[in-house]
Design a protein around this ligand. Structure first.
Ligand code: PLP
Ligand code: TYF
Length: 400
């Protein structure tokens, strides 16, 4: 029966945290998982979240099931936050929004929609991308391949490679794009490059499929971080957007996010929504309510909303500080003349160091710095006090 089941490999990101826990060295540093920590390297619950939870407690809200599509008040504010409340797609009710189990569950629902209504259509994704994208599409039975994205020579974007691979994909493919703060590279296209990407997607009748897991975390501004999605919408394109509140509201364990499908008519949006509900019902029946209420309260209340923005700027600002300090330490300590300025050009929670697997192993085995084997470090798990230590570890690993 179960005897024949073999051991599954550990998840390449979550497995890092497990190894970190087992290490007893006091210098150990967990830069694996992308989760925000305070300067004291402790998890952080936003004040606005606590305030929203207090409000909810005072109101004595019940625990009845949500409808399949989730909390109505959440679905309204989440689409408005993404597209802008005045956007014509909102005004014309052309967006099908369904609450999902955070970013991952929303991507999974989108993948199920693609599998069912676009049989054989391929999703193309950046090389590299967030590792779970491949798992999600594999389990949904959606074929995928990669487009060029990262150029190791410049530690920057391979824009020409990206454009020619998007052009070469079969017409009507889904193009998976990170809305902002690309994970793992921290390298985003410029606004001009986004326009060219949109041009080729339109030329080839492809469908953009955005993953927005870091709105507010890239620039510190919610609107600026949604500009890629909004510029595609402004062209009248149909598209998909998965959203997550794990990082920007620190609601990791509440599993709150949404899938939004922008359609060409209100009528189509209603039909798409009915099909998303049909896909969700046998998978998990209906989503959890707590995180949805928190988001609805924070985004829907002007005072809490502006407080949220201030707290997000604080989080994004702390990450920018350690990014700068890491660069300063590397530049001061490294006598090889290597140019480390690529670290300052990257944005969001991560830095892609360019360390290869053997060098990343040295970081962990010799220096007790836990990170993914692709050379990604989560700056959200770094404190100012640890920047010099990390710089020493990186320089040692690079030159050995
Ligand atoms: N997409 C990307 C690119 C991510 O980096 C993450 C989390 O790290 C997610 C989606 C989904 O996270 P969650 O399921 O917690 O919303
Ligand atoms: O650090 C990352 O890239 C993510 C973090 O259910 C993560 O993989 C961890 C757990 C989870 C979703 C995302």
């Amino acid at each position: 029966r179960f005897e024949g089941i073999t051991m599954a490999p550990p998840d390449p990101i979550l497995g890092v945290s497990e190894a970190f826990k087992a290490d007893t060295n006091e210098m150990k540093l967990n830069l694996g998982v992308g989760a925000y920590r305070t300067e004291e390297l402790q998890p952080y619950v936003l004040n606005v979240v606590k305030k929203a939870e207090n409000l909810m407690l005072e109101r004595g809200e019940n625990k009845e099931y949500l409808p399949i599509e989730g909390l109505a008040a959440f679905n309204i504010v989440t689409a408005e936050l993404l597209f802008g409340a005045a956007n014509s797609v909102i005004q014309q009710q052309r967006v099908a929004t369904v609450q999902g189990l955070s970013g991952t569950g929303s991507l999974r629902l989108a993948a199920a929609l693609i599998e069912r209504y676009f049989p054989g259509a391929k999703v193309i994704m950046s090389s590299p991308t967030w590792g779970n994208h491949k798992n999600i599409l594999n389990d949904a039975g959606v074929p995928w391949s990669e487009y060029r994205y990262y150029d190791p020579k410049t530690v920057g974007l391979d824009f020409d490679g990206m454009i020619s691979d998007i052009k070469a994909a079969p017409e009507g493919s889904f193009v998976l794009l990170h809305g902002c703060a690309h994970n793992p590279t921290g390298i985003d296209p410029t606004p001009e490059q986004w326009e060219k990407i949109a041009d080729v997607i339109q030329e080839k009748n492809h469908i953009p499929f955005f993953d927005v897991a870091y709105q507010g975390f890239a620039s510190g501004s919610l609107d600026a971080d949604a500009s890629s999605v909004r510029s595609f919408v402004a062209r009248g394109m149909e598209l998909l957007v998965a959203q997550s509140y794990s990082k920007n509201l620190g609601l990791y364990a509440e599993r709150i996010g949404a899938i939004n499908v922008v359609c060409s008519s209100a009528d189509a949006a209603e039909r798409v929504k009915s099909q998303l509900k049909r896909l969700a019902r046998p998978m998990y029946s209906n989503p959890p309510i707590h995180g949805a209420r928190i988001v609805a309260n924070v985004v829907g209340n002007p005072a809490l909303f502006s407080e949220w923005k201030a707290e997000m700027e604080l989080m994004a600002g702390r990450i920018k500080n350690v990014r700068q300090k890491l660069y300063d330490s590397l530049s001061a300590k490294d006598k090889s003349g290597k140019d480390w300025s690529f670290i300052l050009k990257q944005i969001g929670m991560f830095s892609f160091t360019g360390l290869n697997k053997a060098q990343s192993d040295n970081m962990t085995n010799k220096w007790h710095v836990y990170m993914t084997k692709d050379g990604r470090v989560s700056l959200a798990g770094l404190s100012s006090a640890k920047c010099e230590y990390l710089a020493d570890a990186i320089i040692d690993s690079y030159h050995n």
